[in-house]
Design a protein around this ligand. Structure first.
Ligand code: GDP
Length: 429
């Protein structure tokens, strides 16, 4: 408030410090006492603000130079620039946001696809937080019931039977396992699917890459062997994100530079999560295609056969049975059929039952790992009780499960994790 009082003079002549919460006033922005622009100042008072602290927002005209001068004015008045994620970090530390909600703010800011935005908005509203809280609550109630009986044996407290303990713990475990399972969809949307485009030379790999990118990212020529190294980029395809690699055509070659590219392409295949195998639908299969099929037999990722050049009319190709999980015909040069490819990929990686606009979805490896830990600890507790060692011993395993859930949503998270999360924000927000 004091900083704003030094660089903003309301026309209504009320001092900034005396303005009522959530009011917006018109006034002059001052640099060294001289007006440099006029605009609005909005006041939020703790705790009813985004960060939970006293906050003022100054709205000025939008030119480059004028905003630079306004920044100079606020810095001269004593403000300091916010590092990446500072406002959301403060909101989290002041208890205004859970950690998964804070992470969702970062995901909204960084969103590269509508699906990312949709999921992040739902997590920001608390879809994931609510599930975690309900699970933590269910476990805590169970632990409390067990300990209450131990601490107050003379009170008339209902004893939790082994069967009831196991049933209640398993119910929470099932809910968490469902949640953990959503990471398949969450990671396809946010972290991306490692996807490799492969095919013999001249089948249209670079054209496919460009059709997905929506621009000329890869060089397309009629000369076989033009793509001599791998080309990688994160590209949205409908709701999923592809970490897409265009490889050098896999073939026998004497060119030493191309040989290195071909070797890299083979390595990429082994670490891929999805493979697009591009074939020329207008020509019969050649030995190079068959050699690639043989290589792909030893690659575990799901493979989609992409029959390209559909605009030239497709011949029936004799594909090895069982090698491809789907076949899609396209014309990469004309950008036709990419919607069918998108549907095939979404069918493989997105779970139908998940409503991305409303359901709780696990979107990061951090959240996935914490959930795994909680599930394992609940399984330990159930094993203890089923092994006849008693609910009081098992309760300490459940406490560990609660600790993992607390860490997931930030109730007990360590400073390094907080720093890591907020360092991913690209702007002060
Ligand atoms: P790559 O060597 O597998 O990367 O193949 P390119 O993408 O460089 O394409 C090889 C040649 O096929 C180029 O002349 C392209 O213009 C042509 N081509 C690629 N896709 C299509 C298509 O869908 N239809 C037709 N008619 N030609 C295509």
């Amino acid at each position: 408030m004091a900083v704003a009082g030094r660089c903003f003079s309301p026309r209504c002549r009320t001092a900034v410090e005396d303005l009522a919460p959530r009011t917006a006033v018109f006034g002059d922005i001052l640099l060294g006492g001289t007006p440099i622009d006029d605009g609005m100042l909005t006041v939020f008072r703790a705790p009813a603000s985004y960060t939970g602290e006293d906050v003022v927002e100054i709205t000025c005209h939008g030119g480059v130079l004028v905003t630079q001068r306004v920044l100079e004015a606020v810095f001269a008045a004593g403000a300091i620039p916010a590092p990446a994620g500072e406002f959301t970090r403060r909101a989290f530390l002041n208890g205004k946001l859970s950690l998964t909600k804070a992470e969702a703010v970062g995901e909204i800011l960084e969103a590269k696809s509508d699906a990312q935005l949709r999921v992040a908005a739902s997590q920001r509203r608390g879809a994931l937080s609510e599930k975690i809280e309900a699970a933590a609550h269910g476990l805590t109630a169970l632990v409390a019931a067990v300990y209450a009986k131990i601490d107050y044996p003379d009170e008339d407290l209902a004893e939790i039977s082994d069967a009831e303990f196991v049933e209640r713990a398993n119910a929470v475990c099932t809910d968490l396992a469902h949640l953990k399972d959503t990471y398949r969809t969450g990671s396809a949307i946010f972290e991306g699917i490692n996807t490799v485009i492969c095919g013999a030379p001249n089948r249209g790999k670079s054209s496919l890459y460009n059709a997905i990118a929506g621009e000329e990212a890869a060089i397309v020529t009629e000369i076989a062997g033009t793509t001599r190294d791998t080309l990688e980029r994160d590209l949205p395809l409908g709701s999923v994100l592809l970490h897409l690699t265009d490889t050098a055509g896999i073939r026998e070659t004497a060119d030493i530079v191309e040989q290195i590219g071909v070797k890299r392409a083979e390595e990429k295949l082994q670490s891929a999560e999805l493979i697009f195998c591009v074939l020329d639908g207008a020509k019969p299969l050649e030995d190079e295609d068959r050699a690639l099929f043989a290589t792909l037999q030893n690659v575990s990722a799901p493979k989609i056969a992409i029959i390209n050049k559909a605009d030239l009319g497709c011949l029936p190709l004799d594909l090895p049975s069982g090698l491809f999980c789907d076949t899609v015909s396209i014309s990469a040069a004309r950008g036709e059929g990419i919607d069918r490819l998108q549907a095939a990929v979404e069918a493989l990686f997105l779970q139908d039952a998940i409503d991305t606009a409303n359901d709780a979805i696990v979107t990061s490896a951090r959240q996935f790992a914490s959930l795994g830990e909680a599930i394992d600890r609940i399984a330990d507790a159930v094993a203890v009780v089923e092994g006849g060692m008693g609910t009081d011993l098992a309760a300490s395993d459940l406490e560990r499960a609660v600790a993992a859930l607390d860490e997931l949503d930030g109730r007990t998270v360590c400073e390094e994790v907080v720093s890591e999360i907020f360092s991913k924000f690209c702007v002060g927000k």
